[in-house]
Write a protein that binds this ligand. Structure first.
Ligand code: ZN
Ligand code: ZN
Length: 378
């Protein structure tokens, strides 16, 4: 078994890379099992004896607390447990198992970095790719699955609305980008409601708006930051085109010179395609889960508009069937208490997020081992 670092980044200050272990065990399919390794700049406040005390310097140079607030520590533990189980059960399966530790899931560029570094050229290209994610609402001991679209694609978009600045008392001599921004913000609300079929889920949210310095100054520009989520590739492309068309159309109608048309920049690196659970593979593996874990412990869950870069391992157009499933990670007593008191459970990325260690890890290891055995059994 070889353990190889894979994946580099364009930014030299980033030292992270992925690791791949290939377990070769005779003829048969190649199955990739992925765990994400990265943590988040969130200071842990769970007060657990094993709470993270790690700190790191972020881009602005300040030191912040760091924790696995997305359960990626659970995922790594499950990957190691699955490797150990399958090493012990070597007589029951044949083929090649690729165990992938992926960095930079949260910035949505780790999977792509590993693929760009030749993951599928230096190792056998998999017939199937599998992953699990801890779930902050499902009780420990259960797993959840979603056939078809599971998580949405993600695009980060920057819109700079340019005008002609001037004195606040003389708007007739300016082209006010703040009023244009207000029109653009409202027009954008019509993309999902009027241009996309109600049967195709999509979200456009504006998370940031910045412009101006003082009460009596009309500024030169206003900057917007947006997140765009969709399942279907054609819907994603249509939304991006509409953002450009609406922004430019509104500026044109206001008489902004063509050379000052809004700049709509789709961030190249902050992109991930939708996570799509191959329906045939999902049916086969959820069946195997029900047989071994009990039907009451296997739940069909609705898709989400959150995003993950695991879909990258399936390549464009879902060439490789992929399946990502949930592993319940909440203490059942906490679920009961939250229902009783009407209080919310700490979500993923919260400084209070604390996956219940057992039976979460055992269930994750068991389910992933079952999934691999189902695909590779002799
Ligand atoms: Zn996360
Ligand atoms: Zn995560």
């Amino acid at each position: 078994m070889a353990l190889t670092p894979v994946g580099t980044y364009g930014r030299p200050e980033w030292k992270g890379y992925g690791v791949v272990a290939a377990m070769e065990n005779g003829r048969g399919p190649t199955v990739l099992v992925r765990a994400d390794l990265d943590a988040l700049p969130v200071e842990e406040k769970t007060s657990l004896p094993y709470a993270s005390k790690v700190t790191a310097k972020i881009d602005a140079g300040q030191t912040v607390g760091v924790m696995h607030a997305c359960g990626h520590d659970v995922h790594v533990t499950c990957l190691l447990g699955t490797a150990r189980m399958l090493a012990n059960l070597k007589d029951e399966w044949s083929g090649t198992l690729l165990l992938v530790g992926q960095p930079a899931e949260e910035t949505a560029d780790g999977a792509k970095a590993m693929l760009d570094a030749g993951l599928y050229e230096n190792f056998p290209k998999p017939n199937y790719a599998l992953a699990l994610h801890s779930n902050a609402e499902l009780e420990a001991g259960k797993v959840g699955y979603t056939p078809g679209y599971f998580l949405a694609s993600l695009n980060s978009v920057d819109i700079t609305i340019r005008g002609v600045g001037g004195h606040g008392s003389r708007p007739e001599h300016a082209k006010d980008p703040i009023v244009l921004a207000a029109q653009v913000i409202l027009a954008i609300q019509m993309i999902v409601s009027r241009e996309i079929s109600p049967l195709d889920p999509a979200v456009v949210s504006i998370g940031s708006i910045h412009g101006g310095t003082k009460h009596n100054i009309i500024p030169d520009e206003v900057r917007l930051q947006l997140t765009v989520r969709a399942y279907k590739e054609e819907v994603r492309k249509k939304i991006l085109a509409s953002l450009e068309r609406m922004s430019c159309g509104i500026a044109l109608a206001a008489g902004v010179p063509v050379e000052l048309a809004p700049i709509v920049k789709v961030n190249e690196t902050e992109f991930t395609p939708a996570t799509y659970n191959d329906p045939v593979l999902t049916a086969r593996l959820s069946e195997a889960f029900m047989t071994s874990l009990g039907a009451q412990n296997v739940v069909d869950l609705p898709p989400l508009m959150g995003s993950e870069d695991f879909g990258q391992f399936g390549l464009d157009g879902h060439q490789i069937p992929t399946f990502m499933f949930w592993v319940g990670a909440v203490d059942p007593a906490k679920i009961l208490a939250s229902k009783r008191d009407g209080t919310a459970l700490p979500p993923l990325h919260s400084s209070y997020y604390a996956p219940h260690p057992e039976p979460t890890i055992r269930t994750g290891v068991k389910a992933m081992t079952l999934a691999v055995l189902e695909l590779m059994k002799k």
